[in-house]
Design a protein around this ligand. Structure first.
Ligand code: LP5
Ligand code: MN
Length: 262
């Protein structure tokens, strides 16, 4: 049984942590956008370092800066990322991918190219005996009403179908406009609104009967412990990957540890 609230300081080396077949790794928010960027290089090194050495890798969304359709799976960056994941899978590591708000159009074409299983958001897994709730995290930002309205709209099959009828170039232009508008609107939102709502966290953990939650999206890496209905619950927030920082969570049978990769 994994003690959900336990934390072990990062005393071992990154390599030691990654080399154990019972390890389960979690990453999110890499926002990969450029084949030649240092962040993509770090992702490549990460994939090669975990090959054959852990049980599973969970990618909890926003692996890509954006994914405008599976017909772009052959573009250089996308092809590289999918090939690296497929190589990881070929060494016996199960690769799971949950959509983020940037790459929710990754579908069967992505899944086949990366040999990754697509997970719904939310998903409950058995993590070494502990029921664990996995989410991208955006669904928990319930105070961000404008975003939740936007999310509902772009997650409808009809809107997606129409978007996918556009040329790849037109889709990218549309994403560029939406990104610019999103950045403009975000400047007017408070930090609190763009974080998860504690009530939404509690409700999700209650509904799914989980004492442990792992998510990304907010780019506010942390570990939060709180009590609900007399139980201690733990929420781990994954880090985004930038030039300055990147990490993964590593769950062994004994503990969950944050491994700094940058
Ligand atoms: O992404 P991040 O973390 O910076 O911000 C998010 C929320 N923003 C978004 C928008 C995405 O960044 C845009 C890119 C999506 C790519 C998807 C590809 C496929 C599209 C397919 C369409 C069918 O998710 C942001 C949150 C923030 O997280 C924190 O949680 O606040 O939410 C917003 O900014 C949304 C705005 O509040 C409302 C919507 C503005 C966009 C309006 C569209 C205008 C289009 C212009 C065209 C002329
Ligand atoms: Mn996100």
């Amino acid at each position: 049984m994994l003690p959900a609230a336990s934390f072990r300081p990062n005393a071992m080396s990154e390599r030691d942590h990654l080399r154990d077949e019972a390890h389960v790794l979690f990453i999110s928010d890499l926002h990969l956008s450029d084949l030649d960027s240092p962040v993509t290089e770090r992702f490549t090194r990460f994939c090669r370092s975990i090959a054959g050495s852990c049980e599973s890798l969970y990618i909890l969304g926003d692996l890509f800066e954006f994914w405008v359709g599976d017909d772009t799976a052959d573009e250089p960056l996308n092809r590289h990322v999918c090939a690296e994941l497929a190589r990881v899978r070929a060494t016996g590591v199960r690769v799971h991918f949950m959509h983020g708000n940037r790459d929710f159009l990754a579908g069967p074409g992505f899944s086949a190219a990366a040999e990754a299983t697509l997970l719904p958001d939310p998903t409950v897994i058995d993590l070494h005996g502990t029921r664990t709730l996995l989410m991208h995290g955006d669904l928990l930002c319930t105070d961000d009403l404008a975003y939740q309205a936007f999310r509902r709209q772009v997650r409808t099959p009809e809107v997606q179908r129409q978007f996918l009828t556009l040329s790849v170039e037109a889709r990218k232009a549309r994403v560029g406009q939406t990104r610019a508008e999103s950045e403009r609107v975000k400047r007017e939102k408070s930090e609190a609104i763009m974080d998860v709502s504690p009530e939404a966290v509690t409700a999700a953990m209650r509904e799914h009967r989980c004492d442990l939650l792992i998510h990304g999206h907010t780019h506010r890496p942390g570990r939060h412990e709180f009590e609900v209905d007399g139980n201690v619950r733990t929420r781990w927030v994954l880090s985004d990957w930038t030039l300055e920082r990147a990490d993964c969570l590593c769950a062994t049978r004994e503990a969950i540890t944050r491994i700094q990769l940058a």
